[in-house]
Structure formats: C-alpha cells, structure tokens
Design a protein around this ligand. Structure first.
Ligand code: HEM
Length: 193
C-alpha cells in the first residue's frame, strides 16, 4: 500500500480537474449527438484559402500544445500552488537547471507565442468559413479571445491591481484550455468527414 500512496494523493489532488473534464466531456458529447442529427455534415471545401486555413489550424494546435507544455513543466518542477499538491514527495530532479533554463525561455516567449496563437486561431476560423450555428465554434472563438484579452491585461503596465489579480485567476489555468481542446475536437468531428 505504501507505494501506492503518492499516486493516490496525486489523483486525489487533481480530482477537481478530472471531474470538471468529465463534465465538459459529457456535456459536449450530448450536444454533439444533438448537432449531428440536426446539422448536415458539410462537404470539405478545397479552395486556396481553406488550404492555407487548414495549415493554420494545425499550427494553432501545436502552439496551444506548446503553451500548455509550459504549464505542465511548471507543475512538474514544483512551481505554482498546485504543484505541491500534485506531487506530494517532490524533490528537485538532477537536471533541474536544464529544465529551469527551458522554463525561463518559455516564460520569456509566452507573451509572443500567446499573441501569435490567438492570431493564428482567429485567421484559421476566418479562412475556413466555420459554421457558427454549431455552438462549439463560437465557444472556442470566445475562449481564445478571452485568453488573449486577459493575457493583455496581465501584461499591460496600467492595468488596475484588482483587474490584474482577476486576470491572473482566469487566464493562468488549465480550465479554459480543457474547454478549448474538447470543443474544438468535437466541432471538427462534425465537419471533417
Ligand atoms: C490562446 C492563447 C493563450 C493561452 C492558451 C495562454 C495560457 C496561459 C497559461 C496556461 C498561463 C499560466 C502560466 C503557465 O503556463 O504556467 C499563462 C500565463 C500568462 N500569460 Fe498567457 N496564454 C495565452 C495568451 C496570452 C497573451 C496573448 C498574453 C499577453 C499578451 C499572455 C500573457 C500571459 C502572462 C503575463 C502570464 C502570467 C505570467 C507567467 O506565468 O509567466 N498570454 N498563459
């Protein structure tokens, strides 16, 4: 039993996020079932713009993975309030300084990567002519803009203190990312075949 306890503690500490993910997943699957019966599957368009748009969608996905890899790295390295609870017996790994360097690179570039990500995803949506009556898409659009706006508030020098605190709370977490990932996945299932 002794060997199991760190895992148990870890699962317990991320229980909230697992339950949240399960709820978003189930709600999305239910809506997917509804949308699948109501909206006809759209034929894939092969225009010049949509070909570029497709490439941008792929780039956007990689950019998001890059951004959230930083968040994961922070957790694994014991930074941030969640980390201690996620990894109860955490001690710095031998290669910590290498990770530290990588992390500080990711920290320094996040604002630029973040702005590029928002721009890439907005262009992708504009170029593909995405059907906004399928609610997954306006939701992803709103969430990406949400991340961008609060990211800007976090960075802007003249943001009032209270707004900065709020911006950190709603910007620097996984919850939005989980929604973006799940909604975009189900949305693409509805238009991809
Ligand atoms: C889709 C776009 C974006 C996503 C998914 C995203 C995600 C995140 C996440 C998860 C964090 C928590 C810190 C961490 O990863 O450990 C964070 C922090 C932060 N983000 Fe973003 N972000 C985006 C765009 C932006 C933009 C456009 C800006 C600024 C113009 C920005 C500025 C910041 C700042 C200042 C922090 C806090 C400081 C830090 O931890 O380094 N982000 N972001």
């Amino acid at each position: 039993m002794q060997g199991l306890s760190p895992w148990f503690a870890m699962i317990k500490s991320i229980k909230g996020i697992l339950i949240y993910t399960a709820i978003v997943l189930i709600a999305s699957a239910v809506y997917f079932g509804y949308a699948y019966t109501v909206y006809p599957t759209l034929p894939e368009r092969e225009t010049f713009l949509s070909e570029i748009g497709e490439g941008l969608g792929e780039a956007g996905l990689w950019a998001l993975l890059f951004i959230y890899a930083r968040t994961l790295l922070k957790l694994v390295m014991g930074k941030g309030p969640l980390a201690k609870r996620l990894l109860p017996d955490y001690s710095a790994p031998v290669a910590a300084s290498l990770f530290q360097q990588l992390l500080s690179f990711l920290d320094r570039t996040h604002v630029y990567v973040g702005i590029a990500t928002v721009a890439i995803i907005l262009l992708h949506i504009a170029m593909m002519g995405i059907p906004m009556q399928i609610l997954f898409f306006p939701a992803v659009l709103a969430l990406v803009i949400w991340q961008g706006v609060f990211g800007l508030f976090l960075t802007w020098r003249y943001t009032p203190k209270e707004l900065k605190k709020f911006s950190y709370l709603v910007h620097a977490q996984f919850l939005t990312g989980i929604m973006i990932g799940i909604f975009a996945y189900f949305g693409h299932l509805l238009i991809d075949n």
